[in-house]
Design a protein around this ligand. Structure first.
Ligand SMILES: [Zn+2]
Length: 279
């Protein structure tokens, strides 16, 4: 099957070798091939795969699946579809595939079963029809168990997706200096203590100060350090009493971001601010 010059090193010859219990992955799943024929370079050891041989592995895997009955059989898929009263076309829309795929999977003499993802989705549809509400993660964990795979998902805070900057909101006491109006008034500067609401980046760098203007009843964020090069952003703002504001396409002008206008939410009534820069 092999006996050609290795294209990896250009020196060795690829020789046929039989591997017992060869572990491979087929459609993302671990599969052990009893006797796998693989070409191995006699110089560099690089492995070379023959497409007929890997096709044979896939056929073995498919047969194995059918035998274990882990994936739904053609008539089972048809039964699920008819139970929810849908045509092939509409069922395809429901689960996000093509009508042709449904047709192939329901064919009695089909060449290969549906992908595991499609299989799980159809099983979920069936299960949901039977019991109503489904705990999807538990359902999928149980399905994995049938393949001898143990998965233990845990509940964590949602992982931010893409370019999302959650800001920490902090209260700080800050001495700020008031310049005397005339030198005679006071010899020294007046020191006044003021509480500020600052926001920090996830790296705990001071990013800005939250400011409520009682004159215009508006809440704004004054950027003190343009860490993120913000120009136009979406902002999620959550208040202490769980009001969720989604601000879209907010312009950053002169390091000033107007968050809310005509509002009663002062800087002390904001719990969370999440910045979502637009590219
Ligand atoms: Zn080689």
């Amino acid at each position: 099957m092999f006996n050609y010059i290795c294209e990896e090193c250009g020196k060795g010859t690829v020789k046929e070798k039989v591997f017992e219990d060869y572990r491979t992955k087929i459609r993302g799943y671990l599969f052990v091939v009893d006797k796998a024929v693989i070409g191995v370079c006699d110089q560099c050891g690089a492995k070379h795969f023959d497409s007929n041989e890997t096709k044979r592995w896939e056929d073995l895997y498919n047969k194995d699946l059918e035998l274990k009955h882990t994936s739904l059989l053609p008539d089972e898929i048809e039964a699920v579809r008819k139970t929810v009263g849908l045509s092939m076309e509409d069922f395809a829309y429901l689960i996000g595939c093509t009508r042709q795929s449904i047709y192939n999977w329901e064919k009695k003499d089909r060449e290969k079963p549906q992908s595991r993802m499609a299989d799980l989705l159809i099983k979920l549809v069936r299960h949901s029809f039977e019991v109503g509400k489904v705990d999807i993660i538990s359902f999928l964990v149980e399905e994995a168990k049938k393949l001898g795979i143990t998965i233990a998902p845990t509940r964590k805070t949602p992982v931010p997706i893409g370019n999302i900057i959650p800001l920490n909101i902090k209260k700080v006491r800050k001495n700020y200096f008031q310049v005397p109006q005339n030198n005679l008034q006071l010899a020294a500067v007046v020191v006044e203590e003021k509480e500020l609401t600052i926001v920090e980046s996830p790296k705990q760098e001071l990013t800005g100060i939250l400011h409520y203007d009682y004159g215009t009843a508006s809440l704004s964020l004054e950027i003190t350090k343009d860490t993120f090069g913000l120009k136009v952003i979406d902002i999620d703002l959550i208040t202490n009493d769980d009001k969720h504001y989604i601000l879209q396409n907010v312009k950053v002008e002169n390091k000033h971001i107007l968050l809310l206008s005509d509002t009663e939410y002062t800087e002390n009534k904001v719990r969370e601010i999440i910045l979502k820069p637009k590219s």
